[in-house]
Design a protein around this ligand. Sequence first.
Ligand SMILES: NC(=O)c1ccc[n+]([C@@H]2O[C@H](COP(=O)([O-])OP(=O)(O)OC[C@H]3O[C@@H](n4cnc5c(N)ncnc54)[C@H](O)[C@@H]3O)[C@@H](O)[C@H]2O)c1
Length: 326
Amino acid sequence: MSTTTLEPTLEKAMKIEDTASYANNIKNVTVIGAGTMGNGICHVFAQCGYKVSMMDVSQDAMNRALATIAKNFDRQIAKQSITEADKEKAMANIATYTSMAESMSTADLVIEAATENIDLKIKIFKEIDTYAPEHCILATNTSSISITRISSQTKRMGKVIGMHFMNPVPVMKLIEVINGYATDKSTTNTIIDLSKMLGKVPCVVNDYPGFISNRILLPMINEAILSLQEGVAGVEEIDTIMKLGMAHPMGPLQLADFIGLDTCYSIMNVLHMGFGNQKYAPATLLANMVQAGFLGVKSGEGFYKHTPGSKELIVSERFSDKKWKI
Ligand SMILES: NC(=O)c1ccc[n+]([C@@H]2O[C@H](COP(=O)([O-])OP(=O)(O)OC[C@H]3O[C@@H](n4cnc5c(N)ncnc54)[C@H](O)[C@@H]3O)[C@@H](O)[C@H]2O)c1
């Protein structure tokens, strides 16, 4: 077939493609998962005046999330970036739900920020597709899982997109916007504009394992864990070298504790499987720590010991001498 026969069809297809942005139509946002990321995402939307439905299977997780959001607003008040009245208004914008169906009956945008596990996300997206209104955009905050694979579980592949916020969400400017293979142009444009309306900077990338952020960051963290595992250096030395030598604001092991070692492990597994390359195999030490429940900040101990309210960096006793075992 000659290109001249194809051209009119292509031209037509491009003309009918909807490239409009519907960011201004988004008023109600549902956030699935009220953990580390979910609470930050709710915080930012609520502060910007959106009606936020926070949904989690655990009411305890949502109570903790509300307490964290209130505490983080108090920090902003202390820095005089918001007032007490702003805090009250924003907190009043957040409602909590344990029922998926109820949480999204009027949603214009659903952002899934549940545990990084492919089977769980597939199950959640099937449910979201059933309950969310037809016009609703479905975004996932996944760190590494294929947007295309997640979207294929729905009957609206064009409306599914990656909206990858960074931790801590209220502070970090970047949103990595990930186009699935079948994401519509108007969905991408809507999420780009919405990100800007939240005061964030969107960066659009394509759907490959780990996207850009975690394809580059996680192998570095894993290499730091391998160096510790091999006894090349201790926790403090590894983090100090990367902080002072590379001007990183925090060392890779401290960052791993912040991200959550379970999340780091899941992302490494996605990279390992997705690229089929042994260089992405997660460190045995990382696997062992996750299996033993040493998950970093969220469990109180990882490479460091974490006491709520304290910013002091104390290396976990397990790594404070050279006798520890993997
Ligand atoms: N932690 C980070 O630094 C970071 C950064 C960017 C993106 N992410 C991604 O964000 C997502 C969430 O990560 P996190 O660190 O907040 O995890 P987390 O473990 O802190 O929280 C996950 C929450 O999901 C809830 N959950 C589990 N199953 C659920 C279900 N069926 N329905 C509703 N809620 C459910 C859990 O109860 C928990 O509260 C993951 O996909 C992760 O990869 C994490």
